[in-house]
Write a protein that binds this ligand. Structure first.
Ligand code: BYC
Length: 333
């Protein structure tokens, strides 16, 4: 039986839901102190955490090449890029924290395998050309996916994405330029660039997530304006952008079915191996184990830095409190 209190609460919830729905419909931003449905909050935490984890796990495949970069210039660029990815992780963990979770909790979930990171980072970087292919294709796919998130209905996530997308554009261009240099270099360098593109093309298409009819979250996330486009729409957009860029690079994309469809005004492309995608998500990709082990080790090795930072912050607070107490005493004396 509904009591008066329950009925009152139900009416309050209905009012709040109406305010929330109206704000989303009017393209207004939802901010941390605004009321939001629990499921909206949970969806954001899931997506932002997965995104943040991808940024920091994504440092590993490229960092693998820092010591072997072929020139000082390339090394400096690569170090800056990997450092940018760490920064992206920090913006995103901070955005997730505004939803009432903590970075510690999210990292624990990542380390325990209870939260995901992007499938793409479970593939190995076998040659220097892979650094170029990641910049061009992986960052290129990320930009295609993430530019619409700058208009996400949740304010802190949308604002974090603006800066991230600017930096990703630089990453994409450095990858393109690296591959162009290799493609126009010796025969062996050209072959190395082609081989990297052959290996990274299909996993890059998988980054956009499963096909729309298998995407469990898309419909609700699009209704909430967290996602602005479906996985397949963004994948198609990426293919259409990449084809002329591959031509400019003098490289081919490893898909015999890739061709312009005059009627659709878009490219047709071949079937994606979704069995491979789901397998990688289950932990069976070529590098899943290596990536998560390295992440856990880095976290454990960094414990002393976190402890030292916390001790420094506590000492700082203690001194500031003592100083203001002294100032107050002097003022009243
Ligand atoms: N990998 O219903 P769906 C970067 C999961 S990093 C792993 O379509 P949703 C960069 C999905 O989580 C790029 N899992 O999901 C960094 C769900 O499982 P759960 C990272 C995937 O959320 C360093 C299930 O499959 N970017 O830029 O509506 C260097 C069903 O999927 C993947 C982002 O994270 C995947 N690829 O859509 C260079 C962007 N795809 O959670 C570059 C933000 C799907 O129910 N994220 N799953 O267990 C998004 O836009 C969306 O979360 C996705 C998936 C499009 C990825």
């Amino acid at each position: 039986m509904t009591t008066v209190t329950d009925a009152g609460q139900t009416a309050v919830d209905a009012d709040r839901t109406a305010v929330f729905d109206a704000a989303v419909a009017a393209d207004e931003r939802i901010e941390p102190r605004d009321w939001m449905p629990d499921a909206y909050r949970a969806t954001l935490v899931r997506q932002i955490a997965q995104h943040a984890h991808s940024e920091i796990i994504g440092m590993q495949p490229e960092a693998n090449w820092i010591t072997r970069a072929p020139s000082l210039r390339r090394k400096a660029i690569l170090i800056a890029k990997v450092q940018d990815e760490a920064g992206h992780g920090l913006y995103l963990y901070s955005a997730a924290e505004t939803l009432g979770t903590s970075r510690e909790e999210l990292l624990d979930k990542l380390h325990a395998g209870r939260q995901k990171y992007s499938s793409i980072f479970n593939y190995p970087t076998l040659t220097w050309a892979d650094v170029g292919a990641i910049g061009w294709l992986v960052d290129g796919a990320a930009i295609t996916n993430q530019v619409p998130i700058c208009r996400c209905s949740y304010g802190p996530y949308a604002r974090a994405m603006v800066r991230i997308c600017k930096e990703e554009s630089f990453h994409q261009r450095q990858g393109f330029e690296l591959l162009l240099t290799l493609s126009r270099g010796t025969e062996a360098q050209h072959a190395m660039a082609q081989d990297a593109v052959n290996r990274w093309w299909w996993p890059s298409l998988m980054m956009f997530g499963p096909p729309d009819d298998e995407s469990s979250h898309s419909a609700q996330s699009m209704a909430w304006k967290i996602k602005r486009h479906s996985n397949d729409e963004l994948r198609q957009r990426f293919v259409d952008i990449a084809v002329p860029q591959a031509e400019a690079l003098g490289l081919t994309l490893p898909d015999p079915d890739l061709k312009w469809n005059e009627e659709r005004g878009q490219h047709d492309f071949g079937a994606i191996d979704w069995t491979e995608f789901w397998d990688v998500l289950k932990g069976n990709g070529p590098c899943n184990e290596q990536r998560i082990t390295q992440r856990r080790t880095a976290h454990e090795d960094g414990a002393w830095v976190r402890d030292a930072a916390a001790a420094h912050a506590a000492k700082h607070t203690e001194r500031t409190t003592a100083r203001s107490a002294q100032n107050e005493q002097e003022a009243t004396a």
